[in-house]
Write a protein that binds this ligand. Structure first.
Ligand SMILES: [Zn+2]
Ligand SMILES: [Zn+2]
Ligand SMILES: [Zn+2]
Length: 139
């Protein structure tokens, strides 16, 4: 858990979205937890600042403006995290533990894929890893 504070209002302003109390709270929660969260987890962490509907709408806005990243970890719900640094995830398919993977596949793959599919641009990629963590393997 990061101890460093975050100026959520400034981050939202820089992204061109209005800094509503709900959006600020969501950014603060994602920053403090420092792990991908579902909308449901955000709502329970928000302790009544927003309900599911408000959270869905706020997260959708944050996603569209590039403040948060949507991650599909093959779980029931999509997860969201702040789109700060580019990284990937390793997920334990037994206990659901999520680890950040800070190394990236060779960026040259983006260019190879771009040429292979004939796109004019490849802007990003999503890549997650699934396996069994050490704690689960020992059980
Ligand atoms: Zn595990
Ligand atoms: Zn992450
Ligand atoms: Zn990458």
């Amino acid at each position: 858990m990061s101890k460093k504070g975050i100026d959520a209002a400034a981050l939202l302003r820089d992204a061109g979205v209005r800094a509503t109390p709900q959006r600020i709270r969501i950014v603060e929660i994602l920053h403090a937890r420092h792990r991908p969260l579902s909308i449901e987890a955000l709502v329970s962490a928000g302790k009544g600042v927003f309900d599911m509907t408000t959270a869905y709408r706020a997260v959708e806005t944050l996603w569209k403006s590039g403040v948060v990243r949507r991650i599909d970890l093959k779980q029931q719900h999509a997860l969201y995290e702040l789109a700060e640094d580019h990284h990937h995830h390793a997920v334990c398919t037994s206990c659901g533990a999520i680890q950040d993977v800070s190394m990236c596949i060779s960026p040259s793959l983006d260019e190879k894929v771009r040429r292979a599919v004939g796109f004019s641009r490849v802007d990003s990629h999503a890549l997650e890893f699934f396996g069994i963590c050490n704690a689960c393997a020992k059980k």
